[in-house]
Design a protein around this ligand. Structure first.
Ligand code: AMP
Length: 119
């Protein structure tokens, strides 16, 4: 399935991926786009999103495993490029877990006291 086939007019991240809404883009790839979070929670806070619209991480994993793997490999590449060897990845899934944009994305966080610690 291509991003064109899944484009959702009402989705903020589809519009950023399509270049219809500006963002501070740090990576563009065949299957993913990465841009800085508009309200950063850490010195480095980047969102890596698949071009294909799916509502959450589990849905993109079922639909497009290659794009899902790219979320993780691109996050690492961006972290290294920004000077961070250590970083945290967060997938919020569902409003009850803090998801506000229902287009799959991973938060890449690095530097300082990182939020969303699980351990
Ligand atoms: P989540 O709460 O996991 O759905 O994450 C959505 C994230 O998107 C939040 O951290 C927001 O700060 C971020 N966000 C919302 N609008 C924009 C935007 N126009 N550009 C970049 N990040 C955004």
């Amino acid at each position: 399935m291509t991003s064109d086939e899944t484009f959702d007019e009402s989705c903020l991240f589809c519009k950023i991926v399509a270049g219809q809404i500006p963002a501070d883009v740090v990576h563009t790839g065949e299957r993913t786009v990465a841009f800085r979070d508009i309200a950063p929670k850490a010195p480095l806070h980047v969102l890596v999103v698949p071009r294909e619209h799916q509502p959450n991480a589990a849905a993109i994993a079922a639909s497009n495993p290659a794009a899902t793997a790219d979320l993780i490999t691109v996050a690492r590449e961006v972290a290294i490029a920004e000077g961070y060897d250590d970083y945290r990845l967060v997938f919020n899934t569902g409003a009850g877990a803090g998801q506000t944009v229902f287009h799959a994305h991973v938060h890449l966080l690095a530097g300082g006291d990182l939020p969303f610690a699980a351990g």
